[in-house]
Ligand binder design. Structure first.
Ligand code: ZN
Length: 79
């Protein structure tokens, strides 16, 4: 795992989280990312409308694109 914040294997259910992200993110961002990855177990690999709406229901204040494009990307670059 290089540039990704986190990933999950749908086959063996292993969840991987970027160490730099864990050290620098807020607890809310970490919760969001873990929840996001666990949702992939439920909905599969794609960010379908159902996937997005369940994510939004639990984390209405967090925008996936902002995280991916902004803060987390910057955090990963510190690696
Ligand atoms: Zn995802």
């Amino acid at each position: 795992m290089k540039k990704k914040v986190a990933s999950i294997s749908l086959i063996n259910k292993n969840l991987s989280i970027n160490k730099n992200f864990l050290e620098n993110a807020t607890s809310e961002e970490i919760k969001y990312v873990i929840f996001h990855e666990l949702l992939h177990l439920k909905y599969g690999i794609f960010h379908t409308p159902k996937f997005k709406s369940e994510l939004k229901k639990h984390f209405p204040e967090i925008d996936l694109n902002k995280i991916q494009e902004g803060r987390i990307k910057a955090l990963i670059k510190k690696t």
